[in-house]
Write a new protein. Structure first.
Length: 114
C-alpha cells in the first residue's frame, strides 16, 4: 500500500476525529448537538435527549471536544455544548477523498466529491 503524502498533523487530527465518531453514543450526542444548532444544549438536556447520563456522558463529550467536534462554553452555572462539526466533518470527507482515484486507470465516474 502506497503511503499518502499528508502532513503528520493531518493524519493525527483525522484519526482523532474518526476515533471520536467511532462510538454509537458519541455519534448520537453529536447528532443531537448538530440538530440543536449553534446555540447548543446543556449537558442535562443532552443527557435527557440521548438517554446517556452522568460520567458516561461527560466522558463522551470530553472526547468530542478533544477531537474538535464540539465546543463547550460556561454560561452562569451551566456548561453549553455546541457542535462545531460542520467544518470538521467536511474536512474529514475531503481528507478521505483528496486523492480519490489518483492511481486508477480511469477517472472517477462520480465527481461530486471534487
Amino acid at each position: 500500500m502506497e503511503k499518502l503524502d499528508l502532513p503528520p498533523q493531518d493524519l493525527t487530527l483525522a484519526a482523532a476525529r474518526f476515533a471520536a465518531l467511532g462510538s454509537e453514543q458519541r455519534l448520537h450526542v453529536l447528532r443531537i448537538l448538530v440538530r440543536a444548532g449553534p446555540e447548543g444544549l446543556t449537558i442535562g438536556t443532552i443527557g435527557r435527549r440521548s438517554g446517556i447520563s452522568g460520567s458516561t456522558l461527560t466522558h463522551h463529550v470530553k472526547l468530542l471536544v478533544a477531537a474538535g467536534l464540539v465546543q463547550q462554553q460556561r454560561q452562569g452555572r451551566s456548561i453549553i455544548c455546541a457542535a462545531v462539526a460542520h467544518d470538521a466533518v467536511h474536512d474529514l470527507s475531503r481528507f478521505l477523498l483528496t486523492e480519490c482515484c489518483a492511481d486508477a486507470d480511469t477517472p472517477c465516474p462520480d465527481h461530486t466529491h471534487d
